[in-house]
Write a protein that binds this ligand. Structure first.
Ligand SMILES: [Zn+2]
Length: 160
């Protein structure tokens, strides 16, 4: 019932999945490098980028630094990502998502990096450090080089 459904488990993973005493018993995303998903980098037409050598994850990071907007497929769907400090990339993403001023999620390495980028109250820090790690709306620091805010959409006058 997940995006892992079409992966055929290898004998070792199948044994874990079927063993009621194993912590991976009926764990739907159970997989390993032998039988599980592989990381691939595709262009916008779905063609694998074979011509460029190297690790697809490193290549994706390089593309993000080069103003690309990248779709990252995970277990629950796609994440669209870009460099949050690149005004052009953020403008492209906002345009494509028709999301003019609603905040985007920001991925950070750890709490220290979050605190470099945003103001964090003790309550927000507790949420960010909790096992649930929910998305928390934070006040951004203005002295770290964010691109200018996207202008808010103008509201139409009722008389027009
Ligand atoms: Zn396996």
């Amino acid at each position: 019932m997940t995006t892992m459904a079409h992966f055929e488990m290898c004998p070792e993973c199948r044994r874990e999945y079927d063993d009621t005493s194993d912590r991976r018993f009926h764990a739907q995303p159970n997989a390993c490098p032998v039988c599980g998903p592989q990381v691939r980098l595709l262009d916008r037409f779905g063609h694998e980028l074979h011509a460029e050598p190297g690790d697809p994850i490193l290549r994706t990071a390089q593309m993000l630094r080069g103003r690309a907007v990248v779709a990252i497929k995970g277990l629950g769907g796609y994440h669209l990502a870009c460099d949050p400090f690149d005004a052009e990339a953020v403008r492209t993403l906002r345009g494509r998502k028709a999301r003019q001023d609603k905040p985007f999620g920001l991925m950070a390495r750890d709490l220290a990096q979050v605190e470099e980028l945003c103001r964090v109250t003790p309550e927000e820090e507790e949420l960010l450090s909790s096992p649930a790690r929910p998305i928390v709306l934070l006040e951004r620091r203005e002295d770290v080089g964010w691109p200018p805010r996207w202008p808010r959409a103008r509201r139409r006058s009722a008389s027009c």
